[in-house]
Design a protein. Structure first.
Length: 184
């Protein structure tokens, strides 16, 4: 149900299902502000959300593009983003958007790209507060040794997203089809 009297700048949300669990899309007329996980750490992303608006055009379009991504038909998102954070956090999140589909970078690579190779921990902290999960692909950041490190959606979801991207979605779709087909 849409919130009555919502202003264009008010944050509204839409709940969707996905292969990595329920997601809460949050935005306003200025752009998408968050893709939140079903199990969110309190205060990780702080937005003043006024209510649900399941037919908000931006949130409907976000759901469509996410579905295409999960189906292996989309490698890049074309959405207006409305990051809410500090200047440094926004720089880190902008750097995430430059990580190519199917690739992983390290926290140190982002720090170097931002001009401070000693800022690895600060990059990690900013990445941990990335409000627009999946679309600003924080799942593409790994430890220096290639290990999967913290992820708001959990390491299982991170592994799923990386596997989806490494196969272009083909393998995931085959598994899902096989699970949906009755046994012969």
């Amino acid at each position: 149900m849409a919130r009555q009297n919502a202003r264009p700048e008010d944050f509204v949300y839409k709940q969707i299902d996905s292969p990595v669990g329920g997601l809460k899309l949050v935005g306003n007329d200025n752009g998408l502000a968050a893709v939140l996980w079903a199990v969110e750490r309190p205060r990780r992303v702080v937005l003043d959300i006024v209510g649900e608006h399941a037919d908000h055009p931006l949130l409907v379009e976000t759901e469509r593009q996410l579905n295409e991504y999960f189906d292996g038909a989309r490698r890049a998102f074309e959405l207006k983003l409305n990051f809410q954070g500090t200047t440094f956090q926004k720089r880190v999140w902008a750097a995430l958007l430059r990580i190519p589909f199917g690739e992983t970078w390290t926290y140190r690579q982002i720090a170097v790209e931002l001009g401070n190779s000693n800022a690895t921990r600060a990059v990690g902290a900013a990445n941990g507060r990335n409000p627009i999960s999946i679309i600003a692909p924080c799942h593409r950041l790994v430890g220096t040794d290639g290990s999967l490190t913290g992820f708001a959606g959990g390491l299982e979801a991170k592994a799923y997203l990386l596997k989806l991207e490494s196969t272009g979605g083909r393998e995931q779709r085959l598994v899902e089809r096989a699970q949906a087909s009755p046994a012969v």
